[in-house]
Design a protein around this ligand. Structure first.
Ligand code: ZN
Length: 407
């Protein structure tokens, strides 16, 4: 990116803005955090001028923006705020403070109650439920929708509110304040997303287990299922420890790297890689070829012919719903395969049931050879009549015997 000639401009105006009374308050609200995150996302997405500091000592290592790019990414916010980045010397910190000052002024003038209320909220949960209440009575035409516990849809919704949202009967600053608060709370929360204590999956913020292994939130009906999944996870984890598979499943360094890879600019200003998804897709397909269990669980039997986006959508739906990084799947598929293999090994219930059924079927075949009818077989084996019909369909040797019997 070209460095613009803005450093030649008077630095006085810039210094004036920097030293003026408009400062981000010391006690940061979600709104202030949202604005700081959004500003930084725009810089990271390409609005920061990239220069080699030793070649430009006059810039004193400060951050400068490409005003046009910055305004384009955050439109129409910058235009509404009447910010002329050139006048501000294209200085990143100065522009950031000037926009924040505009937001503060409008908020205090046109939505003082909301400003105070949002400024006092301390938890994401409180904010999201307050927003749901606010939203309930409003028509937000064209809104992209969000899933409250999904940080990506939440921050995208916040971005939409900040840049496009209109609330009928409300001052334009109202959706901006809500949007920034949602970005601030939603993104901060995402950074606290952890890893399951048992398996390779991601967990929701402040949750010790992934969606598959958590027991919190289980209803009366599915409590025992949740417990069985949790127990199976514990057994699989013990098996993994015994076999020394920790580094294949939970490499701290790789996990951390992957955790940090999903950035706000990726979410708000998504870009596809230079070669499209070609090389990522190739890697993913190679991984899937080595991962039959993942292919089965994620319903990906046609994976060789599916586009990258579709592969990722399936994997996210069936393998790890909290992994938001589209680039992370190549090695996560291999981890998932190791994990599913371990869980398969420690599922005695399933295996036992299979063994018992095949013993019953052998017994049913013996009875059928003796001429017993299906109803009689069911009674003698203590199973239902439909179960016997199912076995006939599923076990060809049983079907063969029945065919002879009925002749
Ligand atoms: Zn888990």
């Amino acid at each position: 990116m070209q460095l613009h000639a803005f450093w030649c401009m008077s630095d006085n105006s810039a210094r004036h803005y920097q030293n003026s009374k408009c400062k981000v308050p010391a006690r940061r609200s979600f709104m202030a955090e949202g604005w700081a995150a959004l500003h930084q996302a725009a810089l990271d997405a390409g609005a920061e001028v990239d220069y080699w500091p030793p070649d430009y000592p006059e810039l004193r290592n400060r951050s400068y923006i490409d005003g046009e790019q910055y305004a384009a990414l955050l439109q129409p916010l910058i235009e509404l705020a009447g910010i002329d980045t050139t006048t501000l010397g294209e200085r990143s910190a100065v522009v950031k403070a000037a926009v924040w000052r505009w937001i503060t002024r409008l908020a205090k003038g046109h939505a003082p109650a909301l400003w105070k209320y949002l400024g006092g909220l301390k938890s994401r949960q409180a904010l999201m439920s307050a927003f749901a209440d606010f939203k309930a009575g409003k028509r937000l035409a064209g809104n992209p929708g969000y899933v409250s516990r999904d940080p990506v849809t939440v921050v995208r919704f916040g971005f939409w509110l900040t840049t496009e949202g209109k609330v009928s009967g409300e001052h334009p600053i109202v959706p901006i304040l809500w949007g920034l608060a949602i970005i601030g709370a939603g993104w901060g929360e995402h950074l606290r997303c952890g890893y399951c204590r048992l398996c390779f999956r991601r967990s929701r913020p402040s949750e010790p287990y992934c969606d598959f292994h958590t027991q919190s939130g289980a209803t009366k009906e599915n409590r025992s299922d949740a417990y069985i999944r949790y127990r199976r996870g514990c057994l699989a984890k013990a098996l993994a420890d015994k076999r020394g598979l920790e580094s294949s499943l939970w490499d701290d360094r790789v996990a951390k790297h992957s955790n940090e890879r999903l950035t706000l600019p990726n979410v708000l200003f998504p870009m596809t890689p230079a070669d499209g998804w070609k090389s990522d897709r190739e890697w993913l397909v190679l991984s899937l070829e080595r991962a039959p269990r993942v292919v089965k669980q994620a319903k990906l039997s046609g994976f060789r012919h599916m586009p990258h986006e579709e592969l990722v959508a399936h994997l996210r739906m069936y393998i790890d719903p909290n992994e938001w990084d589209d680039f992370a799947w190549g090695f996560r598929v291999l981890r998932a395969e190791i994990w599913l293999t371990l869980e398969g090994e420690v599922s005695p219930g399933k295996r036992g049931r299979g063994r018992r059924t095949s013993m019953l079927v052998q017994e049913a075949i013996r009875l059928a050879c003796e001429g017993a009818a299906n109803g009689e077989i069911a009674v003698r084996l203590g199973v239902s009549a439909p179960a016997v019909s199912r076995w006939i369909k599923r076990y060809p040797e049983f079907a063969a015997v029945c065919a002879v019997r009925s002749r």
